[in-house]
Design a protein around this ligand. Structure first.
Ligand SMILES: [Zn+2]
Length: 363
């Protein structure tokens, strides 16, 4: 786009849940609400505009067997872009994707470094696999490598026990979370089961991924501490399949996974009703496909979350939580335009009319 070219977005600009405007302008890649002077070359896009969607649990540079090459990582990021995801919180990647930051045509990524798991207690080749004595040092290392987040694997199957079990003793997570906070990073953890949650929350964790084990007795603790959850329901949908694979060797684990799956909607609904912040995350990368953000928003509506709040969980509220701007004056023009009102029916998110990233219309 030349310096003189201007983009005009008109229709309904959903600046916030209660702030709807008729038009915005894009100059030099940034948003303006003042019509520019002069007779510039103007391109118009019309429809319902939302801030670029947020996928708060996504993995770029990660495939089913571990790290992937840059060409594959680029394809993952482009697939997310097509779906309207323009801001990713990367929830752990063994690849160095820092090169993405130099690309104006790829979604913005907030990294959590590489997953930190207990030895042989996670998917092979994904995580640093370590023992509790080294947790503080690894958390410090990943806090420095990331963009303000660190990702722990909080629980996983313990093969001797034959069931999900916490990865870390309480004193280790207390020290690790304190160290991350001292370095200015927030901490999140993968947790499927109930048993790791109280220690992590009391140790000061900022967010829990999946959170399928969030029971009624733990909900007030999360709510009072303001600990967010990213349920990744499109991933939880695969639990019955995972459970079937474990029936002969780990029947307790399989039964546990099925119970967590069966109550998943009640779990997320109770969390939402208690005021726990809930954000959209797909868990793309690893085994799940990229570009599923619309499906996750639809799942939150199925849970019983009102459509406006389900939208906020991937737009206004998610951006504020991650410290990134939405459609305010002067912000980078990252937005998605739809042909009908997403507040009336979130299913429109599945087919963006136009995606605009850094002021450029994606063709
Ligand atoms: Zn994940």
């Amino acid at each position: 786009m030349s310096d003189q070219a201007v983009l005009h977005v008109k229709g309904r600009i959903l600046v916030g849940p209660d702030d709807v405007r008729d038009e915005l302008w894009v100059l030099g890649g940034r948003i303006s609400y003042d019509r520019p002077f002069g007779t510039q070359d103007i391109r118009t896009v019309e429809g319902w505009a939302l801030p670029g969607l947020v996928d708060a649990h996504c993995h770029v540079g990660l495939g089913p067997h571990g790290p992937v090459d840059a060409a594959t990582a680029e394809k993952q990021a482009l697939t997310d872009r097509e779906a309207g995801t323009l801001l990713i919180r990367d929830a752990g990647s063994p690849s160095d994707t820092r090169w993405v930051d130099d690309r104006d045509d790829l979604p913005k990524i907030i990294r959590a470094g590489r997953h930190i798991a207990r030895t042989r207690r996670y998917i092979r080749n994904f995580a640093h696999e370590i023992e509790p004595a080294d947790l503080v040092a690894y958390v410090a290392q990943e806090a420095r490598r990331g963009d303000g987040w660190v990702k722990l694997v909080g629980d996983w199957i313990d093969r001797d026990l034959g069931d999900l079990a916490p990865s870390w003793p309480r004193d280790a997570v207390e020290a690790a979370i304190a160290e991350a906070h001292r370095l200015g990073a927030r901490v999140t953890a993968h947790c499927f089961a109930e048993s790791s949650l109280q220690d992590l929350v009391e140790a000061g964790i900022d967010c829990i991924e999946h959170a399928t084990g969030l029971t009624e007795d733990l909900i007030p603790l999360f709510a009072s501490r303001g600990v967010a959850i990213v349920p990744t329901l499109v991933n939880i949908a695969t639990f019955p399949q995972l459970a079937a694979g474990g029936d002969t060797k780990f029947p307790c684990w399989s039964a546990h996974m099925r119970r967590l799956h069966e109550r998943r909607y009640d779990t997320v609904r109770s969390a939402y009703d208690a005021g726990i912040p809930v954000y959209v995350g797909t868990d793309a990368g690893g085994t799940l496909a990229h570009g599923l953000v619309a499906g996750e928003v639809a799942e939150l509506v199925t849970v019983g979350i009102p459509p406006l709040d389900a939208l906020a969980a991937t737009s206004w509220a998610a951006r504020a939580w991650l410290g990134r701007p939405g459609l305010e004056e002067g912000a980078p023009a990252d937005l998605v335009v739809y042909e009908s009102d997403p507040r009336a029916d979130v299913r429109v998110l599945a087919s963006p009319r136009r995606v605009v990233l850094n002021g450029q219309v994606v063709e």
